[in-house]
Design a protein around this ligand. Structure first.
Ligand code: FAD
Ligand code: DHB
Length: 390
């Protein structure tokens, strides 16, 4: 069959693109290789920037987010037990972040897509794309054991880091940048009330730890582990003990509870400096990965989509391709900013060098500077909540 915009991937990027296009009367179809149940229960991010919340509201898909999302107006940063708070309100002119699980975002966006009659084909495996240098590219995919072809005007590769979209960009059109960090995150979800009213990012000489949450009864926590570590090495008891040491500060206690999710995620910075060729446009994790310290990945995916939706709308409504031409450049300003901030936060809070070494003492000095300098605290706050105009 055929459509105007063929979207590969029903993650935050693909789902928001479809909703923005549908509002302008532009037909699209989403192909997603997993089942609905799988994508709705995949545990990942939880931190939404103001821009992301604003977009979900604009799309009329924020009913549950408005009820259940938790607004945070500051963040705690800790270095070997010394904790300080960075307030957002006074440093960013009233902006804040919202805690709401990515799988909840995905559930709400899928429902909104289906309510508006947008076609999502689940368990549709996109295999290859043809004709991106013509006016009628096609996506070839497998569904229910059969081969299908989706013909369209444009292909949006919103299919994540492991997708096929990026593989179809000619190699000579981009430079690739990559850092693989020598540590990973062990993330847990636990049925216990959060022990802190705001997130805590902590450096400790035993390694990084992060206290986050999902609701008043569910906590989300992470600890730095080695790349070759496995969840089997981490009993619930050992996880709580380690978190308690790394997050600890005088007069504060970490409450523990039953852990119901445990997984290890590697950390990488990855990007390409061109996200389009002919009629193929990449967005989100398909084009860039940031290490999770700072919570930028999902937000960056949605920020790309704002540009892509405007560019496609301008093409369909005004036969003007200028925004399509400048798409990559328009996205890259924000992507580079997020790459820098995520890398900065990763180096600031992870253990990389021996305790007491020159590198480690520079790390401590950077941390102390946040408390001394309003300029440094502002730099962190404005990047963390997400720059508005960029
Ligand atoms: P994805 O969500 O990966 O969606 C891509 C979709 O494409 C998937 O559903 C996939 O199944 C589908 N697909 C892939 N290949 C094909 C194919 N061949 N055919 C059809 N479909 C295909 N980000 C934040 O902003 N804040 C955070 O707090 C945060 N924390 C994180 C914590 C962890 C532990 C992890 C792992 C990530 C975190 N991120 C965070 C990153 C965030 O989850 C991603 O950046 C986000 O999911 C990107 O959205 P996307 O739509 O680009 O890609
Ligand atoms: C969460 C994840 C992050 O990477 C982060 O920086 C903050 C919060 C979370 O899952 O809640």
């Amino acid at each position: 069959h055929s459509t105007k915009v063929g979207i590969i991937g029903a993650g935050p990027a693909g789902l928001t693109l479809a909703l923005l296009l549908q509002r302008k009367g532009i037909d699209c179809t989403i192909l997603e290789n997993r089942s609905r149940q799988y994508v709705e229960s995949r545990v990942r991010a939880g931190l939404l920037e103001q821009n992301t919340v604003d977009l979900i509201r604009e799309l009329g898909a924020s009913e549950r987010l408005d009820k259940e999302g938790l607004e945070h107006h500051g963040v705690y940063l800790s270095f070997n037990g010394v904790r300080q708070r960075v307030p957002f309100k006074e440093l960013t002119g009233g902006r804040c972040i919202t805690i709401y699980g990515q799988q909840e975002v995905v559930k709400d966006l899928i429902q909104a897509n289906l309510d508006r009659g947008i076609e999502i084909v689940f368990e549709a495996h996109a295999k290859h794309i043809e004709g991106i240098e013509t006016d009628n590219p096609s996506i070839f995919y497998q569904h229910n054991g059969e081969e299908h072809e989706l013909t369209c005007d444009f292909v949006a590769g919103c299919d994540g880091y492991h997708g096929i979209g990026r593989q179809h960009l000619p190699k000579e059109t981009y430079n690739e940048f990559r850092i693989e960090y020598p540590f990973s995150w062990l993330g847990i979800l636990a049925n216990v009330a959060p022990s802190s009213d705001e997130l805590i990012y902590a450096y400790h000489e035993r390694g990084f730890a992060l206290h986050s949450l999902r609701s008043e009864t569910v906590s989300r926590l992470y600890i730095q582990v080695d790349n070759d570590d496995t969840v089997d090495n981490w009993s619930d008891e050992k996880i709580w003990e380690e978190l308690s040491i790394r997050l600890g500060t005088e007069g504060w206690n970490l409450q523990s509870g039953p852990i119901f999710e445990k997984s290890i995620t590697p950390m990488r910075s990855f990007m390409i400096d061109n996200m389009q060729h002919g009629r193929l446009f990449l967005a989100g994790d398909a084009a860039h990965i940031v290490p999770p310290t700072g919570g930028k990945g999902l937000n960056l995916a949605v920020a790309d989509i704002r540009f892509l939706a405007s560019a496609l709308t301008n093409w369909y409504e005004n036969q003007d391709d200028s925004l399509l031409q400048s798409y990559s450049q328009d996205c890259l300003r924000r992507i580079w900013r997020a790459q820098d901030f995520s890398n900065f936060m990763t180096y600031l809070f992870h253990k990389q060098a021996p305790h007491g070494s020159f590198e480690n003492l520079l790390q401590k000095s950077k941390f102390d500077y946040i408390g001394i300098s309003k300029a440094q605290a502002t730099t962190i706050a404005e990047n963390y909540v997400g720059l508005k105009e960029i």
